[in-house]
Design a protein around this ligand. Structure first.
Ligand SMILES: [Mg+2]
Ligand SMILES: [Zn+2]
Length: 286
């Protein structure tokens, strides 16, 4: 047996991320139609709350194909999705410290993998857990529910969509290994269920002023983890350094604060936040 008196093994951490309005500064489903077809984008906006979201995407993607929008058009549009440099720096820092990174999202595999490849960060993630999607030989993109209609309903009592209970999926990851710490980052209503699965040694990174914060504040007894509120990618980078213990003493308090500092919003964020689309996207996916 090796002696371990002089060097301590680094903490084993699991980081799990929502995608839309968490890792990226927009909602990918909205972004695609907003940039490729105004008519279908309007249909999407009008269908909010009336049609199951994944099924709606599948129908609208058929509409894009019928209008001659190609696979290349979709991939090029996705590659321009805003992804803050500080967020990428934070992800690289987590990975460099031996953490495992997963994405848990209600978007789809094609959208997320295309964006990750465009920013050359796909190798950072162990797995992307989301609705499966695939281009067929004609170039029509098909997306299906992660939790299909052929399966028993998940029956989650929390506000999860029928196609995905993120709590159930994060629980599988939590149970798969013995982690020293689990960190979940999200922004919306469907990020509340996974937040309730964490323990007191864990951290929830919740985006400020959005629906996850509202859920946590209305049900504080259900979240045992330390909650850090963040506004922008710079806050996330600061919190990451604190969590990993890699920060200077001046920033090491970020993870223990109940509210992350309100630093100046980087340009890429301030542009997006100047419109109403952020709040609207929350309503769409909630
Ligand atoms: Mg989100
Ligand atoms: Zn759930």
């Amino acid at each position: 047996m090796l002696s371990s008196t002089t060097s301590k093994a680094p903490a084993k951490r699991l980081f799990v991320f929502d995608f839309d309005w968490t890792l990226i500064e927009t909602d990918s489903d909205n972004w695609v139609f907003e940039h490729l077809c105004e008519e279908l984008y309007q249909v999407q906006l009008e269908a909010v709350g009336k049609v199951q979201w994944t099924d709606l995407q599948q129908r609208l993607l058929g509409g894009l194909f019928e209008r001659g929008i190609s696979r290349e058009d979709i991939e090029r549009t996705l590659s321009h999705i805003p992804f803050a440099p500080e967020m990428i720096e934070a992800l690289k820092l987590m990975k460099s410290q031996g953490s495992e990174l997963y994405i848990l999202s209600d978007a789809n595999t094609v959208y997320i993998e295309t964006v990750l490849r465009a920013y050359n960060i796909d190798h950072l993630f162990t797995e992307v857990i989301t609705n499966p999607a695939k281009f067929d030989e004609r170039g029509r993109l098909n997306v299906v529910r992660f939790h299909g209609l052929d399966k028993e309903p998940h029956r989650c009592p929390l506000p999860c969509q029928p196609n995905l209970c993120k709590g159930r999926e994060i629980q599988k990851l939590i149970d798969s290994q013995s982690w020293d710490q689990v960190v979940y980052m999200g922004d919306s209503t469907n990020d509340f269920c996974p937040s309730t699965r964490l323990q007191s040694k864990d951290v929830v990174l919740a985006r400020c002023s959005l629906l996850l914060e509202k859920e946590i504040k209305e049900n504080p007894q259900m979240v045992k983890a330390n909650v850090v509120y963040w506004d922008n990618a710079r806050d996330v980078l600061q919190a990451t350094k604190a969590i990993l213990g890699a920060s200077s003493s001046s920033s090491s308090s970020a993870a223990s604060n109940k509210s992350a500092s309100r630093t100046k919003i980087p340009e890429v964020l301030s542009v997006m936040e100047s419109s109403d689309s952020k709040i609207y996207a929350q309503a769409v996916k909630a």
